[in-house]
Write a protein that binds this ligand. Structure first.
Ligand code: NAG
Ligand code: NAG
Ligand code: NAG
Ligand code: NAG
Length: 515
């Protein structure tokens, strides 16, 4: 009986320990999709009674258990990068441009007055930090406040993040999300990817010490270095949908919530939209370029191509998320709105085709609702997503730079009339729904696991600590090659020696005979 009481008491203590934790969530990247991915996680943690402090560039609806720190000014700083994003800039150009803007962003964010009390264990008791892995300097707050840190990524994580928690980063199979590669990778792609991975590892050696100096200046002195902070992450939560990213061997602390992490529960459509879609008996095309790219980035000529094509597709109807108040000569079968509840629209059975920029979240909503896609990628991971879509044949890709009325109309008609695309996306939809628990449930379970055990040191893999030259056994290859060369040399000289001796003996014999 006494024992039972002890068990009960310790269980309730244990339960208390996990409830009402003070969790600091930090998503400092000014991209709506980065923010949206984790909103269901924040809501679920709050619903379970945790006290969440959220540092964000996009404030969410108020919630009694969530207090928010507004980093939205970061958007103004980011605006300065737009010019390079919409040029067909290479990854390296984008990176070098970003580094310039990074200083401004870091100084603004790290000196934000609302962040000050959260940097000091005397003014803020923190049980857990959940911080975005693309800005890893926030991991240092965990060391400062003395609590475990969970890294999160709204897409697949970068190679260096994977590497430091011990996941496979082999460049023969795994590439940067911005690269548009086939699967499997060709020889040229593997060569390029290997060179890139090597350069990134070298660049990281240069950049991490610079970032460490920001940590020292703005967060605290004598904190562990960034490499060590990565290695001591308690979890890495990634949003790597296996349809768009290759399956990666990973350590148990890597939690993949990919496949609709940002989904919200279905809501009914506003009456006007519901009526419009109900009346679209001949099918409706839904057209949206998302939040970051939007129709203002289309040229006048391209807009005209779309308008005319849509007109010709009547009696089919079109719903276009169009950011301007009016569209000249708008055909009768076309409706425009500045904002649309996309996922709920895609759920309507009359929506037959989704014209998209290929953003991950749009593609995931299309797969969830099994609507075939017409992908027109602009930048970043969109090109990779659309390429994977073409390979798996659940949509058709078009290049916005060369689009014309004929190719657009043909692509839409092909998607509507050829059952192949619908069949393929139906299959993917069924697979992606068939999971033991939803991504957000997985993330919450593992987050509370970290709270219960104060970290996951017991799950740390030796692959987190192994240097790259050992991971790729360059030392073993060098040693074996050395031994091999030495053996060959030994055999060569031995052979020469023996041959010499034989010759000597033989010659003597010949001499003896001739004598
Ligand atoms: C906030 O936490 C309490 C438990 O402490 C819970 O009962 C309540 O539902 C939570 N509120 C929200 C909006 O999640
Ligand atoms: C929740 O965290 C905030 C810090 O963001 C703190 O001011 C507040 O007291 C905490 N609430 C509870 C109930 O612990
Ligand atoms: C970063 O920005 C701050 C404030 O604007 C400035 O004082 C500092 O010199 C900059 N550092 C670098 C490395 O550009
Ligand atoms: C948006 O509308 C304004 C007039 O309201 C017009 O001047 C402008 O050209 C339009 N932009 C596009 C991309 O059509």
């Amino acid at each position: 009986m006494q024992r039972l009481l002890v068990v009960f008491l310790s269980l309730s203590f244990f339960y208390e320990g996990v409830q009402n934790a003070n969790i600091l969530g930090i998503i400092p990247s000014p991209f709506y999709s980065h923010q949206a991915t984790f909103r269901p996680l924040w809501r679920e943690l709050a619903r379970k009674g945790h006290n969440l402090t959220l540092v964000t560039t996009d404030l969410m609806e108020p919630n009694e258990n969530i207090s928010q720190i507004d980093f939205s000014k970061t958007y103004e700083i980011l605006k300065k990068t737009e010019t390079i994003f919409f040029k067909d800039a290479s990854f390296f150009e984008i990176i070098s441009h970003l580094i310039k803007i990074l200083n401004e962003t870091m100084v603004y964010q790290l000196t934000h007055p609302d962040l000050e009390p959260l940097k000091d264990p005397a003014t803020y008791h923190c049980d857990l930090i959940i911080a975005e892995a693309v800005q890893p300097w926030y991991f240092a707050l965990g060391a400062k406040l003395g609590c475990p840190v969970v890294g999160v990524s709204s897409m697949d994580a970068f190679p260096w993040t994977h590497r430091h928690v011990g996941n496979a980063i082999h460049p023969s199979m795994y590439h940067q999300v911005d690269f548009v590669y086939g699967s499997p990778l060709s020889f040229a792609e593997r060569l390029q990817n290997t060179a890139f991975t090597t350069v990134v590892s070298l660049v990281q050696l240069k950049i991490f010490p610079i970032l460490d100096s920001y940590v020292e200046e703005y967060i605290g002195k004598d904190l562990p270095k960034l490499t060590e902070l990565h290695k001591s992450l308690s979890l890495l939560i990634v949003n790597a949908n296996p349809i768009f990213y290759p399956i990666r061997p990973s350590t148990p602390i890597t939690v993949n919530i990919g496949g609709g992490a940002h989904f919200e529960s279905p809501k009914s459509l506003p009456k006007d939209l519901q009526d419009y879609l109900d009346q679209s008996k001949d099918g409706c095309i839904y057209f949206s370029l998302g939040t970051t790219v939007n129709s203002n980035y289309l040229s006048k000529e391209t807009i005209e191509i779309f308008r005319k094509t849509f007109e010709e597709l009547a009696p089919m109807r079109v719903l276009w998320k169009y950011e301007n108040d009016t569209l000249e000569n708008k055909p009768k079968n076309l409706e425009i709105r500045k904002w649309l509840p996309q996922h709920d629209i895609l759920r309507h059975p009359n929506v037959k085709v989704f014209i998209t920029q290929g953003g991950l979240q749009s593609m995931e909503e299309a797969i969830d609702t099994a609507v075939p896609l017409l992908g027109m990628p602009f930048y970043g991971d969109q090109k990779n997503n659309v390429k994977k879509m073409s390979i798996k044949k659940f949509g058709i890709a078009l290049d916005v730079a060369t689009i014309d009325k004929k190719s657009l109309k043909n692509a839409i008609l092909e998607l509507v009339n050829n059952p192949l695309y619908k069949k393929n996306i139906d299959k993917l939809s069924a697979i992606s729904k068939d999971q033991p628990m939803r991504g957000v449930e997985k993330a919450v379970w593992w987050t509370e696991y970290v709270l219960r055990h104060g970290g996951t040191e017991h799950l740390r893999s030796p692959s987190a600590d192994i240097p790259l030259y050992q991971y790729f056994f360059l030392d073993i290859i060098a040693f074996v090659t050395f031994v091999f060369i030495v053996l060959i040399l030994i055999f060569y000289y031995l052979f020469k020696l023996i041959r010499g001796i034989f010759r000597l003996v033989f010659r003597k014999q010949i001499k003896v005979k001739t004598n």
